[in-house]
Ligand binder design. Structure first.
Ligand SMILES: [Mg+2]
Length: 230
C-alpha cells in the first residue's frame, strides 16, 4: 500500500466544527439581509449543486443563494457577506487535534497522500492557504470535478494524480456520501473514522454510508498503527 486518500469534513477537519456551521451561516445571512433559517435551508437544499460547481465561486454562489431567498443584495452587502462567509468557512475547516501530526507521520513513512472531498467553493478557493495543502499531494474537490461521491471517476482521478493504482490506496473517511462503498468499488481499502467522541454532530453527516468497512478507528490517532507503523 503506497497511498492514503482522506475525506475532508469530519475526517481531517475537527468533527465538532460541524456544530459551528449553522452559526457561521447565520452571520453570512445577516450580512446578506436574509433570515438565517431561510438561508441555511437554501444552502442545504442547494448543496449538491453548490458542491459540483453549478453556481461558480463563493461570491457568485452567495448571490445565487440570496436570490433563492428572494433578495437581491447590493454589491457592498454581497462583499461583506463574502468576507463573513470566508471567515466562517475557516472556522469550520479547522483541523482535528491530531490531524496534521498524523499526516506528517504518514508522509515520513513514505506514503503519498490524497484528498477526496465533497465540498463547495469555499474549501477549494482557500486550499492553498490552509495547513493541509503542503501535506496533501493530490487534492480532488467535487466542486472542481463536477461530481459527488461515490462517483467512481473521483476515486480514479485521485489515484491517477497520485500515480498509484487504486489497489494500493487506503481510503480514510467518516462515512458521509457513501464514500466507503465508493472506495471499495474502486478497489481501495476503506477505513472508517467513527468519531465516537463526537456523538453530538453525528446527525449532521449527509448521505451516510450503509457499507461499514471492517477497519474502524475512533479518530486518526491509531491510523499509523493500523497501517503497520506502531
Ligand atoms: Mg466527511
Amino acid at each position: 500500500m503506497r497511498a492514503i486518500i482522506f475525506d475532508f469534513f469530519g475526517t481531517l477537519s475537527d468533527p465538532s466544527a460541524e456544530a459551528d456551521r449553522l452559526g457561521t451561516f447565520a452571520v453570512t445571512a445577516a450580512a446578506l439581509g436574509v433570515p438565517a433559517d431561510r438561508f441555511s435551508a437554501v444552502m442545504a437544499e442547494h448543496f449538491p449543486r453548490r458542491a459540483t460547481g453549478v453556481y461558480g465561486g463563493t461570491r457568485d454562489t452567495l448571490l445565487a443563494m440570496a436570490r433563492a431567498c428572494g433578495v437581491e443584495p447590493a454589491p457592498e452587502r454581497l462583499a461583506a457577506a463574502l468576507r463573513s462567509h470566508r471567515a466562517g468557512a475557516e472556522i469550520v475547516r479547522r483541523p482535528r487535534p491530531e490531524a496534521l501530526g498524523v499526516l506528517d507521520r504518514l508522509r515520513g513513512h513514505g506514503y503519498v497522500l490524497g484528498l477526496l472531498s465533497d465540498c463547495s467553493s469555499e474549501l477549494c478557493e482557500a486550499w492553498p492557504e490552509t495547513p493541509y495543502a503542503p501535506r496533501i499531494d493530490a487534492p480532488v474537490f467535487s466542486w472542481r470535478e463536477g461530481r459527488l461521491k461515490p462517483d467512481p471517476r473521483l476515486y480514479a482521478t485521485v489515484a491517477d494524480r497520485l500515480g498509484v493504482p487504486p489497489g494500493e490506496c487506503w481510503f480514510v473517511g467518516d462515512g458521509g456520501g457513501r464514500e466507503h462503498d465508493g472506495a471499495r468499488r474502486a478497489g481501495m481499502r476503506p477505513v472508517l473514522i467513527t468519531n465516537d467522541a463526537y456523538p453530538e454532530v453525528r446527525h449532521l453527516r449527509t448521505n451516510p454510508d450503509s457499507y461499514l468497512p471492517p477497519d474502524r478507528l475512533p479518530d486518526l490517532t491509531g491510523l499509523p498503527a493500523l497501517l503497520g507503523h506502531a
